[in-house]
Write a protein that binds this ligand. Structure first.
Ligand SMILES: [Zn+2]
Length: 287
């Protein structure tokens, strides 16, 4: 009896000791990070898409930080250095930042695969804001899958499974937004920076831009815009955290309307778009 107990203790102790070496969590994290696919994207919401499709196999870095304007951003020397370690660059498509910098970014690292995630998406007037339409995000996700499978073929099955889950998530989001916005009273609104064209197309809305070609409007253009908005009974003006809200507030004041600030570039894509739909539905439903 006593012998059995002693033997059991020895066996348990032995197992415990054998189990210890090589299992420190720090070691594990380091090893798994090194084997991950190093992906660069331009915009914060793209990180959400790539992490959903890539899952545990990817490490995503974002070029354009929170609060920065993707139409005018310039990468830092530190970012150029980090790009030398990247396996893959996933472009949003045609945004000014990429048009101006992509060649130089690619020159830093000739081994990096560069993929345009707007492939097979029909752009309207070269408008780059395709990520604000869940239906178009599904196509971007397919392009992300193809790119990841090219640089990391051994995890292709995982990517395929993740893609299917993500497509279902986008379908659900699309249904929820449609539901939120289907019965609103007003279907047009003013917006300082016109980022919502594809979103509007999907949900039967129309944005009227205050900014024209990236420039603030002249006094004459402002007056014209206010006249047009009054005729149409528009009372809602959208602003975004990346731009000044000065014009939006001035115009809303004239229209006795309301400014709502919504973010086209939030990293938490699903939650943000739900919030956008909720706020828009509330203001567009009001008299
Ligand atoms: Zn924009």
């Amino acid at each position: 009896m006593i012998r059995t107990k002693i033997l059991t203790t020895i066996v348990i102790l032995g197992l415990f000791i054998i189990g210890l070496p090589g299992c420190s969590p720090a070691q594990l994290t380091l090893d798994s990070n090194q084997s991950k696919v190093q992906v660069f994207v331009s915009l914060l919401p793209q990180a959400y898409f790539v992490e959903k499709v890539g899952g545990e196999h990817v490490q995503v870095s974002i070029l354009i930080p929170p609060g920065a304007d993707p139409h005018t951003y310039e990468p830092t020397p530190q970012q150029m250095k980090m790009l030398a370690e990247a396996d893959l660059y996933l472009k949003i498509g045609t945004i000014e930042f990429e048009e101006l910098w992509m060649e130089r970014l690619a020159d830093v690292n000739p081994d990096m695969l560069v993929v345009d995630t707007s492939q097979s998406i029909e752009l309207i007037d070269d408008d780059p804001h395709i990520w604000l339409s869940p239906a178009r995000v599904k196509v971007q996700a397919q392009n992300i899958l193809a790119a990841l499978s090219q640089v990391d073929a051994q995890h292709q099955e995982d990517y395929q499974q993740n893609l299917e889950a993500f497509q279902a998530e986008m379908d659900q989001l699309d249904r929820e937004i449609s539901q939120q916005l289907k019965d609103v009273k007003h279907r047009e609104f003013l917006v300082f920076h016109p980022a919502w064209r594809y979103f509007c197309e999907d949900y039967g809305l129309k944005e009227i831009p205050i900014e024209r070609d990236g420039k603030e409007p002249t006094a004459q253009e402002m007056a014209q815009l206010i006249k047009q908005a009054k005729e149409k009974g528009i009372r809602v003006v959208l602003a975004s955290p990346q731009h000044s809200t000065h014009e939006a507030e001035a115009i809303a004041g004239d229209l006795q309307g309301k400014v709502i600030t919504i973010d086209p570039l939030a990293r938490d894509y699903g939650a943000n778009l739900r919030q956008v739909a909720l706020e828009l539905a509330a203001v567009l439903a009001a008299d």
